[in-house]
Design a protein around this ligand. Structure first.
Ligand code: PHE
Length: 347
């Protein structure tokens, strides 16, 4: 060290002593300001320097500069040392840090899951496409003609009462009450032979309870070709239900019923999937109702420009919630649209 001047030496020793006793970043910063700040001791020296005669300036100037350098260097060394001490302290408190443990921030991010509809529709799609059926869709806002008239349900027909309808303010428009309207779209656009399945949302102006909702899903099926008979309907439904429920001994029962667009009209039941002798779910009957079906009515074929003397067909409509409730053990249909995360997370 070349500093000779006593006052500089004095500043240097006091800096070194003070620096030695510093233990925090804040104290170090205060010390820096006291020595290197605008009105710090180095600047004081610089101001004094200006007043000195030239000869003394020459001798004194480089020494002040050197002092400034020494202070700056030791300051940054001290800064590094303090940072290292802080890090070491942090590391010692995190000694038992487990890299395989859950990152709490990842728990805060909610992850989604598929709606049971999606799961089930994918399974239905697999089964029907493997049987050669194609996926079809139609609009949810429908005209009266597609939803009723073409299906052999004219305006004054009592069968309209079975499907209490949400009418839109535009006359003749409604929310479709069943996916049977897609039968009409398909038959009007394609010539037979044709085979489609059409899962979709339908709407009915009904009071809700655990088994009824004003909005639900159906899956319609339609097969049109020459010589289609009840045998086709029966075996298609049987293969579908047996595959879906993975139960080879499942039976199908068709009961006479009435839907104006099919003749004969039939209610589809499956043998109870939970019992052989009668339980609460099948209401001790051993059968569970699944939907409607039948052979397409000649009037419906005609309305779509298909000649009923050449072609015949079968159709069915099954409630998707009913299938899902049986498959996944869901006890309230309203859960499907509840938006409850706890419900959805299970799928
Ligand atoms: N569309 C009928 C309903 O919703 C069900 C059905 C479909 C009946 C196809 C016969 C044939 O009630």
């Amino acid at each position: 060290m070349k500093i000779i001047d006593q006052s500089l030496l004095h500043i240097l020793t006091s800096w070194q002593q003070e620096l030695e006793s510093v233990t925090t970043q804040q104290a170090l910063e205060a010390l820096r300001i006291a020595y290197l700040g605008r009105s710090g001791r180095i600047n004081e020296l610089m101001a004094q320097l200006k007043t000195l005669p030239l000869e003394e300036k020459r001798a004194f100037g480089p020494q002040v500069q050197e002092l400034q350098q020494i202070i700056t260097q030791s300051l940054s060394l001290k800064q590094n040392e303090l940072t290292r001490q802080i890090l070491e302290k942090e590391l010692s408190t995190k000694k038992h840090f487990d890299v395989t443990a859950y990152n709490p921030s990842s728990l805060e991010k909610p992850s989604g899951s598929l709606h049971p509809y999606t799961h089930l529709i994918e399974r239905i799609e697999d089964i029907f496409t493997s049987m050669g059926f194609s996926y079809a869709q139609g609009p949810e806002v429908e005209t009266e003609w597609y939803n009723f008239e073409a299906l052999n349900i004219p305006a004054d027909h009592p069968a309209r009462d079975m499907q209490d309808t949400f009418w839109l303010t535009t006359p003749g428009l409604l929310l479709r009450t069943h996916t049977s309207s897609v039968q009409i779209h398909t038959m009007k656009n394609q010539q037979p032979p044709l085979s489609i399945f059409t899962p979709g949302r339908v709407f009915r102006h009904e009071a809700t309870d655990a088994t009824h909702d004003f909005m639900f899903m159906q899956c319609e099926g339609l097969l049109i070709d020459k010589n289609i008979s009840l045998t086709h309907l029966c075996s298609l439904l049987k293969v579908f239900m047996r595959t879906l429920f993975e139960k080879n001994d499942l039976s199908i029962r068709l009961r006479p019923s009435y839907f104006p667009f099919v003749e004969p009209g039939l209610e589809v039941d499956i043998s109870c999937i939970f019992c052989k002798t009668g339980c609460a779910l099948c209401k001790k009957t051993q059968w569970i109702e699944m939907g409607g079906s039948g052979l397409v009515h000649p009037a419906t074929l005609k309305a779509c420009g298909i000649d009923p003397t050449i072609y015949s067909g079968c159709a069915w409509g099954i409630g998707i919630e009913r299938l899902a409730m049986l498959l996944y053990g869901i006890n309230d249909i309203r859960l499907f649209h509840s938006g409850k995360i706890e419900f959805l997370k299970q799928f």
